[in-house]
Design a protein around this ligand. Structure first.
Ligand SMILES: CC(C)(COP(=O)(O)OP(=O)(O)OC[C@H]1O[C@@H](n2cnc3c(N)ncnc32)[C@H](O)[C@@H]1O)[C@@H](O)C(=O)NCCC(=O)NCCS
Ligand SMILES: Nc1ncnc2c1ncn2[C@@H]1O[C@H](COP(=O)(O)OP(=O)(O)OP(=O)(O)O)[C@@H](O)[C@H]1O
Length: 228
């Protein structure tokens, strides 16, 4: 199995890229989702987060209120660092267990030729980069990412708070073996992903996700309109 880590700053297009690959047969792991799946009431991680940030981040059932945790954790760089120190060791441990299962369980893992892992805080995960065969950066200028994030409903203050905790695009790209500039339309991103897979001789299945097929149809209609 070829394992690729997809890194990128907020609203760079990592999810789009990795969801597309999943629709074509890849095994996809999103570390944002993986982290949240670990937030079980009364677990060590949730207790540590409540001690660090206050009981207001918990609801009456002891579950994390993500908007409250985000407000506290992205208020300044020290708080973001505290969040990372509490959560990331657990995420790394779980990721390593998923990608390198113990020998006795290896036969039960998914039988895909490609695994893609979406990592939104890459600087904190450099020490597990050796679990991947390649690091792929999805890069786009901050202004374009801000526009995309706002148009999917994010508040500007929330975007800016998270963005200030993230590396510059140059720094991000310097962590990667392969860089995809996501500055055109969605079809442009998908064909850059196809080119990346071809570059590695990774055979992808036909897209199984209707939304990606719809995108193909819309692109063909758009191209036909332009020709007319
Ligand atoms: C604070 C939380 C609860 C907010 O949840 P929410 O649903 O609003 O955001 P979500 O997890 O979907 O993340 C959206 C984006 O925010 C940014 N972001 C999230 N965590 C971080 C972080 N620690 N540092 C910088 N940016 C971050 C990323 O660009 C990410 O793609 C959540 O982001 C979280 O638990 N973060 C800590 C875990 C983490 O670092 N995840 C990233 C890789 S493990
Ligand atoms: N090339 C593109 N053209 C048009 N819209 C795009 C393009 N790339 C991404 N988008 C849109 O921008 C938004 C952010 O993309 P996406 O969710 O894939 O980014 P992300 O890096 O996973 O974000 P996050 O850091 O929040 O997890 C989405 O609404 C997505 O549909």
């Amino acid at each position: 199995m070829f394992t690729a880590f997809f890194i990128g700053n907020i609203a760079s297009g990592k999810s789009l890229a990795t969801r597309y690959l999943a629709s074509r047969g890849a095994w996809r792991i999103d570390l944002d989702d993986l982290a949240k799946s670990l937030y079980e009431p009364e677990s060590e991680i949730v207790n540590d987060l409540a001690c660090a940030f206050g009981m207001h981040i918990l609801d009456e059932d002891g579950c994390i209120i993500t908007s409250e945790l985000a407000r506290s954790a992205f208020s300044d760089s020290e708080h973001t660092e505290l969040l990372n120190q509490i959560v990331h060791p657990h995420v790394k441990e779980r990721l390593a267990r998923m990608l390198v299962p113990p020998f006795c369980c290896a036969a039960s893992g998914p039988s895909c030729s490609l695994a893609v892992v979406e990592i939104s805080v890459p600087k904190s995960f450099v020490d597990v980069f050796d679990l991947a065969d390649e690091i792929v950066a999805i890069s786009a200028p901050e202004e374009l990412r801000r526009e995309r994030a706002l148009s999917r409903g994010m508040q500007i203050q929330d975007f800016d708070a998270r963005s200030q905790a993230q590396p510059s695009e140059d720094e991000l790209c310097s962590l990667a073996d392969y860089v995809i500039e996501n500055v055109d339309d969605m079809a442009g991103l998908l064909s850059a992903i196809d080119a990346w897979a071809e570059h590695h001789d990774i055979a992808l299945k036909e897209p199984s996700d209707a939304s990606f097929r719809l995108q193909e149809i819309q692109d063909k209609l758009g191209a036909a309109r332009e020709r007319a």
